[in-house]
Ligand binder design. Structure first.
Ligand SMILES: Cc1ncc(COP(=O)(O)O)c(C=O)c1O
Length: 490
């Protein structure tokens, strides 16, 4: 059979060529005109599920029919993260080099668990992580690996922090039922991401032992409060093991004072992990390199190219200056995974929980090559400039107010006309958010700061231009007027 296998093998490659070129055409059109789709899916819970059969097909179906169902039944239930009007959470986007890389990754389908199981996957991971390190302006001496998410990267960092206190012997003996083990404490700001808490749950530290350090008026961790908390814990017989500083917190993108925190961690012999999941990548621009100041004194760092470096989800870049500790925490080589060259190469399975891993380096490498250092920096800078433009619009309108400084490309703001009580302001902002998100043109999210309901507009999509931000502002103002005149306040 031309281009195919026997009937018990894969589909013929002619199908790949035919349907593949159709799909590439569809993707090109999608990226060219994403506004054909509402950013937020308008479907109700269960709609997608109900539109599809409960049972799998008895016999194989044609790709044509499957793709038609994708368009008719799946797409309406998609919220379009790749839409230039996506301003919620931290906006992300997959770029064309990233999309093409994903195609190759799926086609090769390698498992990079060992160097031997695909030397290029391991070596490209080391190389692309080293390129990214250079782009971020970081010095030598960092070992990098790519995880799926920052949550996992932070969990690995805290596992390494625990292992660094080698005399605790937790790897061998566990933590339960041990009267010889002090309570282990982890510190982060009250604005740190919930992944720190999840890591504490997973590693058995317990949520109560994640100490949330108060922040200053600009939502940055207060080093004096950190030092005091550590002192108090030591006095109470507890063992401080790690601090997580954030560069670009989730709610406001505030930047913790990493240098001062590093000083305290040095004195207290605590592992310093820096969570730069969103904000850290801004350092690819020389204008924003300062955001990683102090990181050279950290033990580990995470930045997410899948958040703000145009690499499709998932791609979380995890660095540590102490790979031997991470390896000590996780390396476990059963007979069937022994390879002849294991002492001379990096085997990525040694540095984390998972065995199997995708060839994610290919997409990071292709994205870095396709845009180059200048191209990446220019795109990040443009997003920050767009955020500053929006910030000025908000600041210039007396009915609105800014709720936090804007160090990157996220603006926190709210509608706050005079004469309204705080509960009324909260209610009206929630109403505005609901209304603009129902427009189908934009998607924003919210947070609470100092007890107030606040809107967030996060710019990070590679296709977002000023006209999209301007449209968001127009919709917000229209919605504020509508909410006021429809009597939402009553
Ligand atoms: C500061 C920060 N850290 C960690 C995370 C978690 O990222 P991931 O989804 O990659 O686990 C986020 C998510 O937005 C974040 O904002």
């Amino acid at each position: 059979m031309k281009g195919g296998n026997d009937s018990l093998g894969d589909l013929p490659t002619t199908e790949l060529l035919e349907q593949g070129s159709r799909l590439l055409g569809w993707i090109a059109e999608y990226l060219e005109h994403p506004e054909r789709f509402p950013v937020v899916s308008p479907l109700r819970p269960g709609d997608v599920r109900r539109s599809l059969p409960d049972a799998p097909p008895e016999s194989g179906e044609s790709l044509e029919k499957i793709i038609a169902d994708f368009e008719q039944k799946i797409l309406p239930g998609v919220t379009h993260w790749n839409h230039p009007g996506f301003f919620a959470y931290f906006s992300i986007s997959s770029s064309i080099p990233g999309i093409l890389a994903e195609l190759l990754i799926a086609a090769l389908d390698v498992n990079a668990m060992l160097w031997k199981t695909s030397p290029a996957a391991t070596e490209l991971e080391q190389l692309s992580m080293d390129w990214l390190r250079q782009l971020l302006g970081m010095g030598d001496g960092w070992f990098g690996l790519i995880n799926d998410t920052a949550s996992i990267s932070t969990m690995l960092a805290l596992a390494a922090a625990r292992e660094a206190k080698g005399d605790l012997a937790i790897r061998a003996r566990g933590m339960a039922g041990r009267s010889d083990l002090p309570v282990l404490r982890v510190y982060c700001s009250e604005h740190a991401h919930s992944s720190v808490d999840k890591a504490a749950i997973t590693l058995g530290f317990g949520l109560d032992n994640v100490v949330k350090i108060p922040s200053d008026a600009e939502f940055r961790m207060r080093p004096d409060a950190l030092a005091a908390a550590v002192r108090a814990d030591r006095d109470a017989g507890m063992l401080p093991i790690a601090c997580v500083a954030t560069v670009g917190t989730t709610s406001t993108t505030s930047i913790d004072p990493v240098e001062d925190i590093a000083e305290i961690c040095g004195i207290e012999e605590m592992w310093l992990h820096v969570d730069g999941a969103y904000g850290g990548v801004a350092a690819v621009s020389p204008r924003y390199r300062h955001v990683l100041r102090g990181v050279e004194r950290a033990d580990s760092l995470v930045v997410n190219p899948h958040k703000w470096l145009f690499t499709p989800v998932d791609c979380s870049a995890f660095y540590t200056r102490r790979p031997e500790v991470l390896k000590r925490a996780f390396s476990l080589v059963p007979e069937y995974l022994i390879t002849r060259e294991q002492d001379d190469v990096v085997n990525l399975m040694d540095y984390g929980v998972q065995l199997g891993r995708r060839f994610r380096a290919l997409k990071l490498w292709m994205v870095i090559r396709a845009f180059g250092a200048d191209g990446l920096a220019a795109r990040i800078e443009r997003h920050c400039e767009l955020a500053q433009t929006f910030e000025h619009w908000v600041a210039a309108d007396p009915a609105w107010e800014l709720s936090a400084p804007v160090p990157f490309s996220l603006v926190c703001f709210r509608y706050a006309p005079s004469g309204l009580s705080e509960p009324e302001r909260d209610r009206i902002n929630a109403e505005i958010l609901q209304r603009v998100n129902e427009s189908g043109e934009v998607y924003l999210s919210h947070t609470k700061l100092n007890g107030q309901y606040v809107l967030r507009l996060a710019i990070g999509n590679i296709r977002t231009e000023e006209k999209h931000v301007a449209r968001a502002w127009e919709l917000l103002k229209e919605s504020a007027t509508a909410s006021t005149s429809y009597g939402v306040l009553k």
